[in-house]
Design a protein around this ligand. Structure first.
Ligand SMILES: Cc1ncc(COP(=O)(O)O)c(C=O)c1O
Length: 358
């Protein structure tokens, strides 16, 4: 894909940028530019362009506003000690967007175009990638929306793909601490044949009320069970789960109705290399409750691009609570360290996961 570039004439001044990068938070500051390309049946993907970051003007009848035909991705760019900038497994995000797009009846954006678009934006806005101290990064948000102007339930014939970027601070600014979880028995995230494995806004809209319930119960995140039997652990609102057993085995819920996390897949490989047997299978809520209580499960952790790997403390439900598993256990910390060391270029990338951008 050819990409044209129009640079902003009003970039964020260096002094202001330094203030933002000192304490970026998450998802509140955006870089100077954005990437856009559009698709129509006759032209395919065309007019890839980097332009100054700014608002979109949409007709009120734009399809995405009514029928939520939308997919997105979440990934990060990391600055290494020598100043170079890298992304982590961008082709895996590209492939997941292709799978999400298939489920949402979108045209396919080829892997090379996806990675090229992300690279172009990161290269243009490279001064926005924080330095590697303190696990900061540049969060990248590629997304695809139905931009045909019409009312009616059918796939749009005008589609827009964009990438925006936002500097991100460390998820744990005050040191790694276990999160607490609320088990929702009222709400489910995904049914068989539904959109659970796709990264699409509707899944997150449907999780909001469950997350509100978790917050009201004093918990950090919500855990969803399968929709059919209400028995098997699926995932959190934005993270996948792992259960470390006393004998070294690690169990993680099988894919199907959960999001196929790229961190999840990477943790499976890292844990295997560290000598753990990893089982991807159905994992019931009773196993979780009973085995934490009996001591058979020694650590629980969650993982995702934003939080990397985070220890899980107690699980609470209507009428009970598991005992706290140990604070940030040794396996959790070892897996986490191995992953961030690769991402920040502090360890050999033996898996070939890192992609140099600039
Ligand atoms: C529902 C859900 N599960 C899992 C994940 C973790 O996926 P990844 O490791 O690719 O960030 C995410 C992250 O975006 C998510 O939204």
């Amino acid at each position: 894909m050819q990409i044209s570039t129009t640079l902003t004439t009003t970039p964020v001044p260096d002094e202001r940028l330094a203030e933002i990068l000192a304490s970026p938070g998450f998802g509140t500051h955006f870089t100077d530019h954005m990437f856009t390309t559009e698709w129509t049946p006759d032209r395919g993907w065309h007019e890839g362009r980097i332009t100054p970051y700014g608002p979109l003007t949409l007709d009120p009848a734009t399809a995405v506003l009514h029928y939520a035909q939308e997919t997105f991705e979440g990934m990060k760019a990391y600055r290494h000690g020598d100043g170079s900038v890298w992304t982590f497994r961008p082709e895996a995000n590209a492939q997941r967007m292709i799978r999400s797009s298939g489920r949402l009846a979108f045209p396919e954006l080829p892997e090379g175009d996806f990675v090229g678009a992300v690279d172009a934006l990161v290269t243009t806005d490279q001064r926005w990638v924080p330095d590697s101290a303190g696990e900061k990064s540049l969060y990248l948000r590629p997304f695809m929306i139905a931009t045909e102007v019409f009312l009616g339930v059918r796939p749009a014939r005008h589609v827009t793909f964009m990438v925006i970027a936002s500097p991100a601070g460390a998820y744990f600014s005050k040191g790694i601490r276990p999160i607490t979880l609320w088990l929702t028995t009222e709400y489910t995230r995904a049914g068989r044949g539904g959109m659970g494995a796709a990264k699409t806004g509707g899944n997150y809209a449907s999780s909001l009320v469950a997350q509100q319930e978790a917050t009201a119960q004093g918990c950090d995140q919500v855990v969803f069970l399968d929709a059919q039997e209400g028995r098997y652990v699926e995932e959190l609102g934005g993270m996948n789960l792992y259960f470390v057993h006393a004998d070294g085995r690690i169990v993680t819920p099988a894919t199907g109705t959960i999001l196929e996390g790229i961190t999840r897949a990477s943790v499976i490989e890292i844990a295997g290399k560290l000598g753990h047997q990893v089982e991807e299978r159905r994992f019931s809520i009773d196993e979780w409750r009973d085995e934490v209580t009996s001591g058979e499960i020694t650590e629980v952790f969650a993982c995702g691009t934003a939080a990397v790997v985070t220890p899980v403390g107690s699980l609470k439900w209507d009428g009970g609570e598991t005992p706290d598993v140990i604070d940030a256990g040794p396996v959790t910390l070892q897996v986490r360290q191995a992953l961030v060391d690769i991402q920040y270029g502090r360890a050999d990338d033996t898996f070939g996961w890192m992609h140099r951008v600039c």
